[in-house]
Design a protein around this ligand. Sequence first.
Ligand SMILES: Cc1cc2nc3c(=O)[nH]c(=O)nc-3n(C[C@H](O)[C@H](O)[C@H](O)COP(=O)(O)OP(=O)(O)OC[C@H]3O[C@@H](n4cnc5c(N)ncnc54)[C@H](O)[C@@H]3O)c2cc1C
Length: 161
Amino acid sequence: MREMRRSRQLLSQEDCETILKDNTSGVLSVYGEDGYPYGVPLSYVYADGKLYFHSAQTGHKIDAVRKNNKASFTIIAQDNIVPEEYTTYFRSVIVFGRVRILENDAEKRAAIETLAEKYMPDLKEGRLQEIEKEFSRLCMLELTIDHMTGKEAIELVRARQ
Ligand SMILES: Cc1cc2nc3c(=O)[nH]c(=O)nc-3n(C[C@H](O)[C@H](O)[C@H](O)COP(=O)(O)OP(=O)(O)OC[C@H]3O[C@@H](n4cnc5c(N)ncnc54)[C@H](O)[C@@H]3O)c2cc1C
């Protein structure tokens, strides 16, 4: 695990968690093919200290996590360009962890229901029907967090002081 070189800009673990709860997408970076790392944008839900993703059962990312379960997930929580200062007031989080494909139906169902609830909170009946329809085709991934870091622009740090 690397230390952040600009430690003043490091966000607390609590702030990182808030970002994980409040955002709706990020980039999952997984083991590459032919030496190219693969970063793929995904929706996610943060629950019980873990991240959950839904996926098709085949494809580039599934092949990658089957080969190597280590992954990272990056969320850009804020990117406010300030042209006159030649910078952006940013906040982001990078989570490092291990991905597991949920093979057990009960685990898979709990994960997809939690994910669907985040994105369609008002459509309980509809989302459960949709899950039923798609269940056999979908695949759920669980990312167990090994560590995470958050960082913000120095201007945002100074604004709070
Ligand atoms: C905001 C957002 C949220 C998303 N949420 C989900 C989600 O929750 N679940 C889900 O399964 N998918 C989601 N997607 C789509 C996702 O990015 C992938 O396209 C999809 O998961 C298929 O991934 P794969 O590795 O199986 O693709 P494959 O079809 O196996 O990929 C083959 C090749 O297609 C290209 N490719 C694949 N996806 C993309 C992409 N998004 N942009 C550009 N090139 C691409 C890459 O070159 C890749 O090597 C989301 C996309 C966005 C932008």
